[in-house]
Ligand binder design. Structure first.
Ligand SMILES: *[C@@H]1O[C@H](CO)[C@@H](O)[C@H](O)[C@H]1NC(C)=O
Ligand SMILES: *[C@@H]1O[C@H](CO)[C@@H](O)[C@H](O)[C@H]1NC(C)=O
Length: 732
């Protein structure tokens, strides 16, 4: 309990709080590790470290005051200093290493060389583990860096001529003895290929060939070699050539990973390190900053992967190491999941869709401030404030919704029958079918008000992103939730989250894309740092609208923990509809779910654990809402055509406005005067839809959707082949 108190303090403003031990890595190369403990008083913690030092065979000294610590340190130059930062009234750990401290931030400590903190734990094994980690992590790395200095000092001093080349035989280094013996200045040789340096004709003609073959196999070559001095004289030498394989050669050119170094040693060399502690302060400082940066990086999974690959490279044959280099190159990019579009010959429709839907703010312009209409969010619309219950639903509307369970359900009929309030009515029906009120323990009246508020905050003026789209996505979501596989995978709370997320997922959509908002410098783009602007806004506004008024707060009657879980799931799903992450979500789904399922099914094994693990449930929910969100091309042809018309119109309106306002045109193909709608649909299906629905179908089994998709695709192809740009063929 004391610990958690201290932690709490820690994460509040006083970052270093009361509770800090630092370890300062200094230098030592060959002697046993020297540890200095600076503790105002001995206690179980200092004892823990003393015993741990004994167990690890380190030399340990203990100082009680800053003065004695400094004295002791200047005498022994400890490799590791552990300072008690719990009792600041005894002394100030920061001041101890940096007298002119101005601010209580982490920087002064880092500048002073402190790079780890250890939270109080007097257990001897815990101390021991900490010390071992330090030794094998940073301290040893420090030693290696220092050893490197020492070795180069030795190279410089050696009586033997030494030459180091890169893998492609470019000279990287020659030592002074080489200069003296061969008569060249270093500057004349560095960066030259060794074949450019005149060769002696006294060697056997195939000697170089022999040497190269040997080196390429990773073997050392030793023998007699005639070298030509600068003045033309030949000298006979006993030469040793050693390939250096693996990383970390000091002269590698920075952009070559794991390069091989060929080390042409003329004569033999016996390096004996004679480093002087404390010399060459500047390079040591540089090294220790690097070590600090490494030790401070919190290790992300991808870093671990990269480290594992690096380690594997060290012992791999060349072709494997090279293949791994390419792997690393790919892994290091952040856009792991976005296919790279070639620049030329690429279909302009695809390019525009990708640029328009997947790129945030890259085409930012300054100056043109576009302010979203700053109206207040709608509260209960007056014409709908009259009580309405499922039983009161007018028969015409109820009848329209009878086929709601079918994929081919016609949402546009409902839009007309409800006078543009499809979301409220369909919401009532679907939420009651899934028992959402029972789950949330909330009165139906609350749900009704909530649906009305949410629907009122969709913009009826958008030709696509109005509440009919939300109702459509809700419909698709409910449909998917009834699929056997989906039911096996999700819990009731996931289902409720999915239905809520679908309902709110585009609330207050301005009818413009993220890229537009970023380019226009809209308030929302500013607020959300040009990142997932709309999706963040939908999620945030949905919760504001819900919780600001008890009348429509459907979350009011559930427990806090349940609320948090639900809220998390809804936010995650709404954010998953952002197209920038499209390929990430799809690929994760395929790799974590489709592939393992296929493998297990082949062996007839149980798939339960894959379906229900928490991580995979998240992936299923994301995929579910993504597919529901862009399922238009999988609807019956007539519906598909209507949706295509609406989205095109919304994009055209954006292009019109971009031109009017002198903003960059984000999707130039969506120009109402020139656009081929069939082409744009074909590109959209090719690029975003086909793979995603193949994966979703493999999971959820949706033959009717795939049939429609195929059919619709053929329809657009047919129009395109006739060079038609419109939604429908002209009447015969
Ligand atoms: C959505 O936009 C279309 C125009 O594309 C319009 O006809 C329809 O009434 C709108 N629906 C709602 C609910 O606002
Ligand atoms: C936007 O960036 C600023 C500065 O990095 C940060 O403080 C803020 O939290 C960010 N806002 C969002 C919504 O990410």
């Amino acid at each position: 309990s004391v610990d958690s108190l201290l932690y709490a303090k820690f994460s509040a403003n006083t970052y270093f709080g009361n509770h800090f031990f630092g370890a300062k890595v200094l230098f030592s190369i060959f002697s046993p590790l020297q540890v200095l403990l600076v503790f105002a008083k001995e206690d179980s913690q200092s004892n823990g470290f003393c015993w741990a030092c004994e167990k690890a065979n380190y030399r340990c000294s203990l100082a009680h005051t800053p003065e004695s610590a400094l004295e002791c340190f200047s005498e022994k130059h400890h490799d590791l200093v552990i300072v008690d930062h719990r009792h600041s009234r005894h002394f100030d750990a920061e001041a101890l290493c940096r007298p002119d401290r101005e601010e209580a931030s982490v920087m002064p400590l880092i500048n002073a060389g402190f790079n780890r903190r250890y939270v109080e734990n007097a257990n001897m094994m815990a101390c021991y583990n900490e010390l071992l980690q330090l030794e094998h992590g940073e301290v040893r790395a420090q030693f290696k860096l220092r050893a490197c200095n020492a070795i180069f000092t030795a190279l410089e001093q050696s009586q033997d001529a030494i030459e180091i080349t890169s893998e492609d035989q470019v000279i990287q280094y020659v030592n002074p003895a080489y200069e003296a013996i061969m008569g060249y200045q270093q500057g004349e040789l560095l960066g030259k290929e060794i074949i450019e340096v005149p060769k002696s004709e006294k060697n056997k003609p195939d000697l170089l060939e022999t040497i190269n073959t040997c080196i390429r196999k990773g073997k050392e070559w030793q023998g007699i070699y005639y070298a030509k001095k600068k003045n033309g004289d030949n000298i006979q030498q006993n030469v040793k050539i050693t390939p250096v394989i693996g990383q970390g050669g000091c002269f590698s050119s920075p952009d070559i990973q794991s390069s091989k170094h060929k080390d042409r040693r003329k004569g033999s060399l016996d390096v004996r390190s004679t480093t002087s502690r404390g010399s060459d302060g500047s390079s040591q400082r540089r090294h220790s900053s690097m070590a600090r940066i490494h030790s401070m990086t919190i290790e992300a999974p991808i870093t671990k992967v990269i480290n594992i690959i690096n380690a594997a490279q060290e012992s791999s044959p060349m072709p494997v190491a090279e293949a791994l280099d390419r792997v690393l190159e790919i892994l290091r990019t952040t856009e792991l999941y976005s296919p790279q579009l070639g620049t030329k010959d690429e279909d302009p429709h695809t390019n525009d869709l990708v640029g328009g839907l997947m790129t945030d703010g890259l085409r930012r312009l300054s100056g043109n401030e576009y302010i979203l209409s700053t109206k207040q969010p709608h509260h209960l619309p007056s014409h709908l404030a009259t009580p309405l219950s499922l039983n009161d639903i007018p028969p015409r509307i109820a009848q329209t919704m009878e086929t709601e369970g079918s994929w081919d359900f016609d949402i546009f009929n409902l839009e007309a029958a409800t006078m543009k309030r499809p979301l409220t009515y369909l919401g009532l029906k679907i939420f009651s079918k899934f028992g959402v009120c029972e789950f949330l323990n909330c009165p139906e009246a609350t749900l009704r008000s909530w649906l009305q508020v949410i629907e009122a905050n969709y913009h009826s003026s958008n030709s696509y992103h109005n509440s009919t789209h939300a109702a459509d996505v809700l419909h698709a979501t409910a449909y998917f939730l009834c699929k056997e596989r989906v039911k096996q995978s999700l819990d009731p709370i996931d289902e409720v989250a999915a239905l809520i997320a679908a309902t709110v997922h585009d609330v207050d959509h301005p009818g413009r894309t993220n890229s537009f908002l970023c380019n226009a410098g809209s308030e929302l783009a500013i607020l959300y740092n040009d990142t997932a602007v709309l999706e963040s806004h939908h999620a945030a506004l949905a919760f504001q609208l819900t919780t600001r008024d008890d009348k429509c707060n459907i979350f009011k009657y559930i427990e806090r923990n349940e609320y948090r879980t639900l809220r998390q799931a809804v936010i995650d799903m709404v954010l998953a509809t952002e197209m920038t992450k499209h390929f990430e979500h799809v690929n994760k789904f395929v790799n974590s779910i489709n592939k393992p399922l296929a493998a297990l099914e082949e062996n007839g094994e149980s798939v339960k654990s894959i379906l229900t693990s928490p991580e995979n449930r998240i992936l299923v929910k994301r995929m579910l809402i993504k597919c529901a969100d862009i399922s238009n091309p999988c609807r019956p042809l007539e519906l598909c055509i209507e949706w295509a018309g609406r989205i095109s119109e919304e994009y055209f309106a954006q292009t019109d406005e971009e031109k009017r306002q002198g903003l960059p045109v984000v999707m130039p193909v969506f120009d109402r005067h020139t656009c081929s709608i069939p082409k744009s649909q074909i590109s959209f299906i090719d690029y975003f839809i086909t793979d995603m629905f193949d994966a979703w179908d493999a999971f959820a089994d949706l033959p009717n959707l795939m049939q429609h998709l195929d059919n619709n695709f053929k329809y657009w192809k047919g129009l395109d082949e006739r060079k038609l740009h419109s939604l429908r063929p002209p009447p015969e």
